[in-house]
Design a binder for this molecule. Structure first.
Ligand code: FRU
Length: 515
């Protein structure tokens, strides 16, 4: 396998072959970053859901590992149980008494397609989604399902009727209270349930949150984590982040990821007024405004208040038909999350993880400054895996400024830029020579709000063989989009509609993680 197939991402994680969706069980432990993920071991569309596994020293260079949890080998028989999304923790004080020494413990959703009686004599109705745990005593390589599973067989009263939609447990240790917290979604009701436990096996339902903000689709894959506001560890806020599908910001039918900032006292999550909108009011806080950012998960096991997210870089609207082979789907680059006040509002900031610097081992490809520009500027540089940084300001009648990537042939490529008239950045993948026949939902232009900073617009772009990730300003607005351009279109250009001034451009090559 040399990872040079058409569209193969060069610095984003993809499994060698087959279908992948959500990241699962992200944990840093004993000097290794683990990434598990929803995986079909035998096909390139969703099915036979198992946990695939990769490990890394830096979240940039990964090595694929054997399956961690396999639907072909479950307590309920072959394909009697699917391992849906979940998370993992290190049970440092051995509170679970699972295994011989402090284990890693994963919580995940067991989906049972058919009626089944488990080895422990529990009977399960076909179609059930419930929460289970597994533990590992060999640093996350192999996992043993707890014999008392499921640990949460049914949603709590009065939501028992939601037994077919109850999923995606997110675990963390709440130090102040010395207990474990599990956050689980009731997707159809747009509710997040909060549970406590002291042994990871017995769980008590203590509170719920929602509906709130965007509710145009199911709520899935919740995360709840603390972050210092403006880096001040005496001002800790909590962020609830969850997927919504459909109902995302990119197009009607899109998957998306929203967040709500508030407080968590160990039992109740309460949203801040400036982050809390009436459900369905059309307002929401989006982590990313693009079409390909879903089921975001953050790492456990990092230093206090260090938060890193990895996210499935696709969309349920067309994930199963994107024109890649023999794998389907990639993860985003790891992103560091922080909280800042911007224009008076508390905003989640995402920036590309600093470890990505490791990929810049070549010479600077191109840098330039223009005092003023109007119209088209073709650039003497090309490439398919690049970091491009650009800053600029509005001149006379400035309307739009865009960077074209993957230009060539008869098209202007994928356009990435800023619209001064509406104060939004954008990614436009609508008018390229892209292979777009796989879905009517693919072509489009995606906007993220972005205020200038002292008049300056700052954009940072990570371009890979089949994706762009755009970070605007300080990272308060991001747009992630897959692209499938013709292999020969590798050009870059600038286009100013109206006058744009004080332009600084830097283009850097990024190394492949596969060589
Ligand atoms: C989100 C999701 C989760 C579920 C998993 C199944 O993309 O639908 O809610 O656990 O995928 O693969």
């Amino acid at each position: 396998q040399n990872y040079t197939e058409r569209y193969r991402p060069q610095f984003h994680w993809t499994p060698a072959k087959n279908w992948m969706n959500d990241p699962n069980g992200l944990i840093y432990h004993n000097g290794q970053y683990h990434m598990y993920y929803q995986y079909n071991p035998t096909g390139d569309v969703w099915g036979n859901m198992s946990w695939g596994h990769a490990v890394s020293q830096d979240m940039i260079y990964w090595e694929e590992q054997p399956l961690a949890l396999s639907a072909f080998n479950t307590p309920a028989g072959v394909l009697g149980e699917f391992f849906f999304s979940g998370s993992a923790v290190y049970d440092e004080f051995h509170s679970s008494h699972l295994g011989d020494s402090p284990p890693l413990v994963a919580a995940y959703t067991s989906y049972y397609p058919n009626n089944v009686t488990l080895p422990n004599n529990q009977t399960i109705r076909g179609g059930t989604q419930c929460q289970s745990i597994a533990y590992s005593n060999d640093d996350g390589l192999s996992w043993i399902e707890y014999e008392g599973n499921p640990v949460l067989a049914l949603p709590p009263s009065p939501y028992e009727d939601q037994w077919k939609d109850f999923r995606d447990p997110y675990l963390f240790w709440y130090g102040k209270g010395a207990y474990w917290v599990m956050v689980v979604s009731l997707p159809q009701l747009h509710k997040i349930l909060i549970y406590h436990s002291t042994d990871l096996k017995q769980w008590e339902h203590v509170s719920e949150f929602g509906p709130s903000n965007a509710v145009g689709g199911v709520w899935e894959c919740p995360n709840l984590f603390p972050l210092p506001l403006k880096g001040n560890i005496h001002d800790i806020k909590w962020v609830l982040m969850a997927g919504i599908n459909p109902g995302g910001p990119a197009f009607s039918g899109a998957s998306g990821t929203q967040y709500i900032v508030g407080n968590f006292d160990g039992t109740f999550f309460k949203a801040d007024p400036d982050s809390d909108y009436d459900p369905g009011s059309g307002n929401a806080n989006w982590v990313d405004y693009g079409p390909d950012y879903y089921a975001s998960l953050t790492y456990n096991g990092l230093a206090n208040y260090e938060r890193v997210a990895i996210t499935w870089m696709s969309d349920w609207a067309y994930g199963a038909t994107i024109p890649t082979s023999p794998w389907r789907s990639a993860m985003t680059v790891p992103r560091e999350l922080t909280l800042e006040k911007i224009e008076g509002q508390t905003r989640l900031i995402s920036i590309p993880h600093s470890n990505l610097q490791k990929l810049k081992n070549g010479p600077l490809l191109y840098a330039n400054h223009w005092d003023s520009a109007t119209g088209n500027i073709s650039l003497p540089v090309s490439g398919k895996q690049l970091e491009v940084s650009i800053s600029f300001r509005a001149g006379k009648n400035a309307k739009r400024f865009s960077l074209g990537v993957r230009t060539g042939g008869k098209t202007s490529g994928t356009l990435i830029g800023y619209d001064f008239t509406t104060q939004r950045m954008f990614v436009d993948r609508s008018s390229t020579t892209d292979d777009s026949s796989f879905s009517d939902d693919y072509k489009g232009i995606y906007y993220g709000p972005l205020q200038t900073q002292d008049g300056v617009v700052k954009l940072r772009v990570f371009l890979d063989w089949s994706s762009v990730e755009l970070f605007g300003g300080r990272g308060e607005s991001t747009i992630t989009a897959q692209i499938f351009p013709s292999g020969s279109d590798t050009g870059l250009s600038l286009f100013a509609n109206g006058e744009v001034i004080d332009i600084n451009l830097k283009v850097e090559a990024l190394a492949s993680i596969w060589t």
